[in-house]
Design a protein around this ligand. Structure first.
Ligand code: HEM
Length: 430
């Protein structure tokens, strides 16, 4: 039997999740403790939320667990059937093996210039006076970085066209109304609400296939360092390459997994930094001296206090013991990342922004899970952290920013992310 959880009908639980996710999670924690099921509209069975690090460890260290239905429903229309995000078992591991080396931490330095240039180009467009939201600028930066470092698009005209199409596509995926219609259609039937999105996607595909064709025609020693080039020349264990459709799926996966997440993490990091002047001052001092230890701690703490993705679940292949409960095989289970990250037993004064917690050591594996864990842990974690370091450092070197208003940003659920409600409004100080 599942542990107790909210008794409202699924439509109410879904609306609470869609509109006020943090309040919903925290009220469930107050009433039901560490472990409780939530039932979302359109899904036959509940999703059990866990937050105790021991339970998270037990969940993530069993590689045979599969994916919950929700991940496929939310992502398949955008990333395709062979996305590494959606495959399971041996097929999934074969992709991880092929795709991990290009994301290795040491390789990231190849992208430093790309990130710096993207930041400098964007900074030049910031208004010299008046408040503006930083989040869209972070989105522009991370989109350009993905286009250049991952897709390797060098032609500026093609980059502009692709950028506009991707922007349109990503806007469509973040519409709460569209998500609600998709869920309702799953339940009640009716015309596919995703038709318009599929048409934009087809136009994106044309550009990506052209890019892939050109890459295949190039000499392998052309000296390219973008991730698409590395994937074009990579081989599975049986010697076969990825075919064009699969490369397209993985590129869309990297875009979807890596663009909005990193932009949102940056918007949160700036919101927290600008509201904690002593942290900002210490960071500026360190950057002037050429260090980066405190910067890394700022990023770790920011990802703790404002985890961008709230859930990273599994479907149990075997029963899972969580405290006094035994969850049967077949149950969908996810860490509620926000709840793990705000446990006072792990983080004293859990709502305080205090990078010092992470100085002199890495965060504990299953108590700090912004990138999920186990065999599906984020492939781009090193890339994201590297990009965040370069963006924060470059912005702070060029500008003194102030928060535009007195109140800290509140969490809004945007597509699958926890995003700053007002977009991190800032002012460039004279
Ligand atoms: C701060 C930014 C980011 C955050 C918070 C984040 C978070 C996550 C999370 C929570 C997962 C699910 C892990 C799980 O189920 O255990 C994930 C998976 C993934 N992420 Fe990220 N991510 C970020 C940036 C990126 C970037 C920059 C890329 C690549 C360009 C990327 C590529 C992926 C891929 C391919 C997966 C699927 C891994 C698999 O299923 O094997 N992510 N990410």
């Amino acid at each position: 039997m599942l542990p107790p959880g909210p008794a409202e009908p699924p439509v109410i639980q879904t609306l609470r999740w869609l509109t006020r996710p943090v309040a919903f999670l925290e009220s469930c924690r107050r009433r039901y403790g560490d472990t409780f099921p939530v039932t979302f509209l359109g899904f036959a069975s509940p999703m059990v939320m866990i937050s105790d690090p021991e339970a998270v460890r037990a969940l993530y260290s069993e590689p045979s667990h599969g994916l919950p239905a929700g991940r496929t429903v939310a992502l398949q229309p955008m990333v395709g059937d062979r996305s590494v995000l959606l495959l399971e078992g041996r097929e999934h591991l074969a992709r991880r093996k092929l795709m991990l080396p290009p994301f290795h931490g040491d390789r990231m330095r190849a992208y430093e210039t790309i990130v710096r240039e993207a930041v400098e180009r964007d900074i030049a467009t910031w208004p010299a006076s008046g408040a503006f939201p930083l989040h869209p600028h972070m989105q522009a930066i991370t989109l350009e970085v993905i286009q250049r470092a991952v897709f390797g698009v060098t032609d500026p005209a093609r980059r502009e066209r692709l950028g506009a199409l991707l922007g349109e596509l990503l806007d469509m995926t973040s519409s709460a109304a569209l998500q609600f219609r998709v869920l309702m259609t799953r339940r009640l039937g009716g015309p596919d609400p995703l038709g318009p999105m599929q048409r934009v996607r087809a136009r994106v595909d044309e550009v990506l296939f052209a890019e892939i064709r050109e890459r295949r025609a190039e000499d392998e020693g052309a000296g390219r360092t973008d991730i698409l080039s590395l994937l074009v020349s990579a081989r599975f264990e049986d010697g076969a390459p990825m075919d064009d459709e699969e490369l397209r799926d993985q590129l869309m996966t990297l875009l979807l997994a890596g663009h909005e997440t990193t932009a949102t993490a940056l918007a949160w990091a700036f919101d927290l930094l600008l509201r904690h002047p002593h942290v900002l001052a210490r960071l500026n001092d360190e950057l002037r001296e050429g260090g980066d230890e405190y910067l890394r701690a700022v990023i770790d703490e920011s990802l703790r206090l404002r985890p961008v993705l709230p859930l990273a679940g599994r479907r149990l292949a075997a029963e899972l013991r969580v405290g006094s409960h035994v969850l049967p095989a077949g149950t969908d289970v996810t860490p509620a990342i926000w709840l793990t990250h705000t446990r006072p037993d792990l983080y004293p004064e859990p709502y305080a922004f205090r990078p010092e917690r992470f100085l002199g050591g890495s965060p504990a594996t299953y108590a700090w899970i912004p990138f999920g864990g186990g065999v599906r842990r984020c492939l781009g974690a090193a890339f994201a952290e590297f990009e965040m370091r370069i963006v924060i450092e470059t912005v702070l070197r060029h500008h003194t920013l102030r928060a535009a208003g007195p109140d800290a940003e509140r969490v809004r659920r945007r597509n699958i992310t926890f995003s700053p409600r007002a977009g991190t409004r800032v002012v460039v100080a004279a």
